[in-house]
Design a protein around this ligand. Structure first.
Ligand code: SF4
Length: 345
């Protein structure tokens, strides 16, 4: 069975009008694809416009500072993707004369560009016959063909990649890939797929055998690590203190207040040597903010401390006035906390 004709017919009726679909410019397509790996179209649109306005060409992105790039990315998560975009832009500017490549093997050699993104750019920008394979595609193929091989197993990945490539319409790879993406996002959704009015209803094995809530199958459950953060939100009149996260960990390159990462009670925190040595006035202790990442659950609390004089403990930190604060990229967790503070952190 080949699904491409039915899929392309469905697409004619259901196509989403998206700004990055109106172009064959590889740079613009690349920006949209990386943003869309982070978020849904509705939220991604605003980021796409902000990003391409700030960096209309790959040279503009290459010349930006990492902090500027992270600041625009703020709120999307997976900050390594933004750092990789910056690195890729610099490579393209230096080694490719500022012309963003659109051939599959070259794309795959660039930081942060995997098989999915390379296939999307190569097919959309130069109509090269590469099928995109992501979670949407796994789901659609597993359901229509009734495949119960786990999608995260080596055998499963090979099988689904091969099947996706076989299904690809070689004469219209860009349209086929866009159709597949839209079909997975609109019709064959993870929960409650619209099977009743689906053009594949008669062939779809998952639907016919009542397995739409079972397929696709994943074998591994990812363990989630629990972490406990106490942030010391220190203020000295109109100045606060931030440090940049430089270690290989979440939020690398972003800024944050002084951090004590220990599972302490409120009393233990107040007796902590760092808090005692700061000799400040505790103004407020926040409730717990739960922040869920793909492999970690963070429970964070913020202690607002007012200082009246400088302190040696703050020497390694950057002193920032409240008017400059918005220039420093921070995690969504800190953004959420700031939203509860008036007027600013
Ligand atoms: S019938 Fe249902 S499960 Fe099958 S492809 Fe259509 S929407 Fe997906």
């Amino acid at each position: 069975m080949n699904i491409s004709c039915t899929l392309l017919d469905w697409y004619k009726e259901n196509k989403r009008m998206l700004p990055w679909r109106e172009t064959t410019d590889a740079y613009t397509i690349w920006v949209s694809e990386i943003i869309l790996q982070q978020t849904r179209v509705a939220q991604g649109m605003a980021y796409f416009y902000r990003f391409t306005q700030a960096f209309p060409t790959v040279q503009h992105l290459a010349q930006a500072t990492e902090t500027e790039v992270l600041r625009l990315w703020q709120g999307l998560g997976y900050y390594s993707r933004a750092r990789n975009m910056h690195k890729t832009a610099q490579i393209v500017a230096e080694q490719f004369g500022g012309v963003f490549p659109s051939d599959y093997p070259t794309l795959l050699s660039l930081p942060g560009i995997g098989a999915y993104t390379a296939a999307a750019i190569a097919s959309f920008a130069s109509h090269a016959p590469y099928a995109v394979v992501d979670g949407n595609v796994y789901r659609v193929l597993a359901r229509i063909f009734g495949i119960d091989t786990p999608i995260d197993s080596t055998t499963g990945k090979k099988l689904f990649n091969q099947l996706a490539q076989e299904q690809l319409d070689q004469t219209a790879p860009a349209t086929y890939n866009q159709a597949m993406m839209d079909f997975g996002a609109i019709q064959c959704t993870p929960q409650s797929p619209s099977c009743e009015d689906c053009p594949f209803a008669e062939q779809c094995i998952a639907y016919r055998t009542h397995q739409t809530d079972i397929l696709p199958i994943k074998s591994k459950k990812t363990a989630q690590r629990k972490r406990f953060f106490w942030y010391l939100d220190i203020w000295n009149d109109h100045y606060t203190y931030l440090q940049q996260r430089t270690q290989k960990d979440i939020w690398q390159g972003l800024y944050e207040p002084m951090l004590i990462e220990e599972p302490l009670s409120e009393l233990e925190l107040l007796q902590h040597p760092t808090v005692a040595a700061l000799k400040g006035d505790i103004v407020h202790i926040s409730p717990t903010y739960k922040h869920v990442l793909s492999h970690q659950i963070i429970e964070a609390r913020f202690v607002k401390i007012h200082l009246t004089q400088e302190n040696d403990l703050l020497q390694a930190m950057q002193k920032i006035s409240d008017t400059e604060l918005s220039k420093y990229p921070v995690s969504r967790l800190i953004e959420r906390y700031r939203a509860t503070q008036a007027p600013a952190l």
